[in-house]
Design a binder for this molecule. Sequence first.
Ligand code: CU
Length: 475
Amino acid sequence: MNRSYRYPLIMLSALFVVRFTPAAAATDPGDLGPARGSPIEEALVAPPNVPAPIHRDHPARVIVRLETHEVIREIADGVRYTFWTFNGSVPGPMIRVRQGDTVELHLKNDPTSHMAHNIDLHAVMGPGGGAASTVTPPGQESVFTFKAMRSGVFIYHCATAPVPMHIANGMYGLVVVEPPQGLPKVDEEYYVVQGDFYTTGSYHEPGLQPFDMQKMLLEQPTYVLFNGREGSLTGSNALTSKVGDAVRLFVGDAGPNLVSSFHVIGQIFDDVNVEGGTLVNHNVQTTVLPAGGATMVQMETLVPGTFLLVDHSITRAFMQGALGELKVAGPSRPDLYNKVSGGPILGAVAPPPEVAAAPGTVDATADGRRVFTQICAACHQGNAMGLPGAFPPLAMSDYLNSDPTRAIGIVLNGLSGKITVNSTGYESVMPPQGPQLNNDEIANVLTYVLNNFNNKGGTVSAAEVKAVRAASAPK
Ligand code: CU
């Protein structure tokens, strides 16, 4: 067609479109039509569990009931914090709907709350993501509806001023909008949200710790955590799977400040929904979660063992709490993974069994065992026998038993150069632990080692550690 005829024709057809298309607003491809059937009450569950997958072929009206609660509970063993929560958990429960659903969201604020709260869901296309319609004073309830127009994995969070403080105190979760055809079937699904926490006390300083606004402004968190508590996904709380299973993790990063480099040590993500959207990447080692972003990762657990969930900004994992465990049970697969020779397998020797401390208190023995397991066992081994030619034993150690006070200085300041332990020479380097462990922790771990592993017994006090620390501080 000749170019000069084209424009009038296009203009003419544009005129017809405007003139004869009824209700132009209903043509968005994300809109799957009006809700059908009776309204559905969503059965919410506490993290890391998730609601069941959706097997529905039509849009529905889904009622979601959230209630904000301000609660004091442990952020780490012996450390308490005032969390602000949706439904009492950090993160709040995962909301799961189907694209095209109309969500009727009820937000109640507990009458004993001190603050107003609201909710901004990133799955919402509307002012404030719902925050504009849900500012809720204590004892009241707000209701608003939205149609879930786009599938994906989305953060929700409180957006009441000061917004970063409400997020830093734990007010967030995920809303998953499944595509109309649903998600691929897997064997296990779990839900993990990372957050950064700011306390006036240092890492592991016991007692009730207030929120620290200055640390938050500097973006220097005391804790970086999965699901709002150190240990929420480790030990008896670990995620579980079986050899050969497909595992899906819905993962979010609520911030308020940090970006996460999410990684599972010893696994490769077969599928990653990039930034929680519909683009799927494959064979990914580490995926970036923006603050206020989320993703969905899927992996096959082929080999048994314990696999660590970390933020691979790895200081956060091993020194600020961003650590979880996925325990995979089943027969070994030596064709895929096999130790051929060398020293003991890491983690093969279990430390002595755990003894639960009363809530809100620090059990010195439990704390000592924790520090030993988290730090000392990496070199000295779980049975404290050390590694021949590399790391000296702490078990039955003449070097330790002859002078426990010397050991305080070694833990605080490290040690290098040749030493002789039980008639054997060692020349390795022990890094100083003084910067990351407080006086109580050093006292607890030394007392723990002295009273286990066939050592002579005895007690090291926090006051003794304090004195050695003061004496060795730079003048
Ligand atoms: Cu709030």
